[in-house]
Design a protein around this ligand. Structure first.
Ligand SMILES: [Mg+2]
Length: 318
């Protein structure tokens, strides 16, 4: 475990350093408060710090205060090193955000015990952060398919649309809907329906690039967000996924009931223009509707509508 010590007094610093090293800690040394603060601001700074109270420039409590003003990230456990014993002073130190204190000259055994307590807090905090991250990730996922849920895929779409607009890039969205899905549920039961949804999700997710987003938009409806993808690429992308679904039988029905999917593709880009997320989804949805109407298991383009939309938007703004 790495530990930061900040102490302006050379003798005391050396003693502390060698003691900690003897106990197996890796020691990062600062000669004053400013140096300590600089180290604590680095990304991989030690999570355990022993700060001398009295230092020229920034004193221990001030470093503490600055540290506690930074929100988020891993917790840094701070032990103040003080020659003072007056209770008022100690309260000032704790108010500044210190976790504990050790009076100088320190007893080895006492310091060891306090460091151990600190280490435990740091570990607990790291576990807490990991759990929080796992929970918030879970909240973004669709429980059945593991894809992004409706809220999360919409968030992803919104941020990608604004990025594409800002950076003048292309972006395609693909709205996909499994064909005659009700038939699967009615004939084979809902368990089979769930298996089909999971398998379709898997095939979609495994055919996208790492920076694409795939979400379950509704029952058997999926939304894919493809940043940097112009309209022609968006269409061939959807075509690839369509084939990936239609060409391989789905367990558990196998050949008995082929699963297919219909697609609507809409894009924004320098050629087409840029417009709002809702309009983009609406355009993809309308194209999907045409794919359904014209026989299913096919990809339809919203290009014409998109172009019209763009012209209409331009006319309004002029
Ligand atoms: Mg000092």
């Amino acid at each position: 475990m790495r530990i930061l010590i900040a102490e302006d007094d050379l003798v005391s610093r050396r003693l502390l350093q060698s003691t900690l090293q003897k106990w197996g800690y890796q020691v990062v040394v600062a000669n004053d408060g400013a140096q300590a603060w600089a180290i604590l601001q680095t990304e991989d700074s030690p999570k355990l710090a022993i700060l001398d109270w009295m230092m020229p420039g920034l004193d221990g409590p001030e470093v503490c205060r600055r540290l506690r003003n930074v929100t988020g990230g891993a917790y840094v456990y701070v032990i103040l090193l003080t020659a003072r014993t007056e209770k008022d002073d100690l309260i000032t130190g704790m108010d500044a955000g210190a976790d504990d204190y050790v009076t100088k000259p320190f007893y080895h055994h006492e310091l060891k015990v306090r460091l151990r307590a600190g280490q435990r807090i740091i570990e607990l905090h790291a576990q807490l952060l990991a759990t929080q991250a796992a929970i918030s990730e879970q909240a973004r996922r669709d429980a059945l398919t593991g894809l992004l849920n409706r809220g999360a895929i919409f968030d992803a779409l919104k941020s990608e649309v604004s990025r594409a607009t800002r950076e003048r890039h292309s972006l395609s969205v693909v709205m996909a809907d499994l064909d005659r899905f009700k038939q699967v549920n009615d004939t084979y039961g809902h368990m089979a329906g769930d298996m089909v949804l999971r398998e379709a999700a898997l095939r979609m997710a495994s055919s996208v690039r790492p920076y694409d987003s795939v979400g379950r938009y509704g029952g058997e409806e999926f939304l894919l967000v493809l940043p940097g993808c112009d309209h022609a690429s968006g269409i061939s992308f959807a075509e690839r996924i369509r084939l990936g679904i239609a060409s391989q039988p789905f367990p558990p029905m196998g050949e008995d009931l082929p699963v297919t999917c219909s697609f609507g593709v809409a894009s924004v880009g320098p050629e087409i223009g840029y417009f709002e997320t809702d309009m983009l989804v609406k355009a993809a949805d309308e194209a999907l509707y045409r794919a359904k109407r014209d026989g299913r298991n096919r990809v339809e383009s919203a290009q014409s509508e998109a172009a019209q939309l763009s012209i209409a938007t331009k006319l309004i703004s002029e």
